[in-house]
Design a protein around this ligand. Structure first.
Ligand SMILES: [Zn+2]
Length: 81
């Protein structure tokens, strides 16, 4: 069975495609209420951010500038943390 840590990494990296990974995630979520709640909260947070960005064009522009700045930093540093 996929570990909680593996599931969290897959969700965070959006590595949920492929039927084997999808099945492993689904089976884990059936047995692990903590991860089920984690996935729900990640989805709720994404919905919240999307709704806030769509409600205000100014916020959407700010988010776009932030995304560009972050991507620029990643490109400059080569993704090093
Ligand atoms: Zn778990």
């Amino acid at each position: 069975m996929m570990s909680c840590k593996d599931l969290a990494r897959a969700i965070a990296a959006e590595e949920t495609s492929g039927w084997r990974r999808w099945l492993a995630i689904r089976l884990h979520l059936l047995r692990c209420p903590a991860c089920k709640e984690y996935v729900k909260q990640v989805h709720d947070l994404g919905d919240c951010v999307r709704n806030e960005a769509c409600d205000s064009p100014e916020d959407a522009a700010t988010l776009e500038r932030l995304e560009e700045a972050i991507m620029g930093e990643i490109d400059r540093d080569g993704g090093a943390v």
